[in-house]
Design a protein around this ligand. Sequence first.
Ligand SMILES: Cc1cc2nc3c(=O)[nH]c(=O)nc-3n(C[C@H](O)[C@H](O)[C@H](O)COP(=O)(O)OP(=O)(O)OC[C@H]3O[C@@H](n4cnc5c(N)ncnc54)[C@H](O)[C@@H]3O)c2cc1C
Length: 328
Amino acid sequence: MRYITTVIVGAGLTGIMSARTLKDKGYEVLLIDKGKSVGGRMATRRIDSGKVDHGAQFFTVRNERFHSEVDQWLKQGFVKRWFGESHPRYMSPGGMNALAKTLAKDLPVQLKTEISQIEQQRDGYIVRSTTGEEIKTKTIILTIPAPQAEALLINSKIEINETEMEKLKHITFNPCFVGLFKLSDKPELPENGHLDQGLPEGMMRIVDHYKKGISDERTVSVYMTGQWSKEYNDETSEHVLNHMINLSKDYFDRQSILSQQLKRWRYAEAVQFLKEPYLEMSRDNRVILAGDAFLSNEDPATHTRLESAFISGVLAAEHLAQMLTHKW
Ligand SMILES: Cc1cc2nc3c(=O)[nH]c(=O)nc-3n(C[C@H](O)[C@H](O)[C@H](O)COP(=O)(O)OP(=O)(O)OC[C@H]3O[C@@H](n4cnc5c(N)ncnc54)[C@H](O)[C@@H]3O)c2cc1C
């Protein structure tokens, strides 16, 4: 059986930052994700020769540490300012998923592997996948969305820290339905391609990726609110898209649609989050849970986002590194 010092489950921004932090300090890590690519909710889809971001569109910066990291990303051309003066929105010129791939470039990653169980042993843990693959490890950082982490932990054989488990149960997420459209004509949207004000009820955001500068084709994504997405949860994709198109009539014509797809995010944004940057889920403190729903104490914001994922990933890994150096 393979042995890795730290297994990180989930290769979204939280997992990538945990892995980078530990690797930079000289620790052995393996990032595991069930998806075909790293990035998680930093998601970009190709539509013919065009591209469309259909998870996070941009990020903002408040925290000093994130600020200095983003300065490096700007210098290296990984990101650029999109719009906004007092609170600039930053985007990735190759699409948000390209940024995730760049950040994960030198990390050991195993994709298409869904972790279904963790089993505690006398001297560490076994991480088990749905296909029966087993990896032995000393420490684990879980960075999957909190409700999925709760289900995984319930299905695992671990001496759980019940106090932390109670906290975890309070985290809830909203879904988000996103319609992806390729159009033949230019949509009616502002010069920067982004609109999130004065939209019809139920619609949260609409983005033209040609104007955003990441697509050669007229690709548009339409984001619906959590409430709307919940209401339409049981409807067929065709029905949901039809409603989205009706609501979008001021921005593009039904006749201009060349192709359409629906992405149903089950866990998009945490509605109830914690003001703790990570939780130690096992009584021996070796299984840590991090993610965008774990805001640091100093975070003035009241919503989960890429910045909170970044900070949580870094702080969880720094804490684990301390423990690996001094305790284990
Ligand atoms: C529609 C939408 C719009 C958004 N817009 C913005 C925005 O404009 N600005 C902003 O800052 N934030 C935005 N966000 C939020 C932002 O994308 C997230 O806060 C951030 O990407 C979370 O990163 P993460 O690493 O914590 O989680 P994720 O990106 O969700 O990563 C978790 C990873 O775990 C993997 N995984 C899950 N279960 C398992 C398992 N059992 N085994 C192995 N792997 C597993 C998943 O495949 C996934 O890759 C948006 C999110 C969505 C969905």
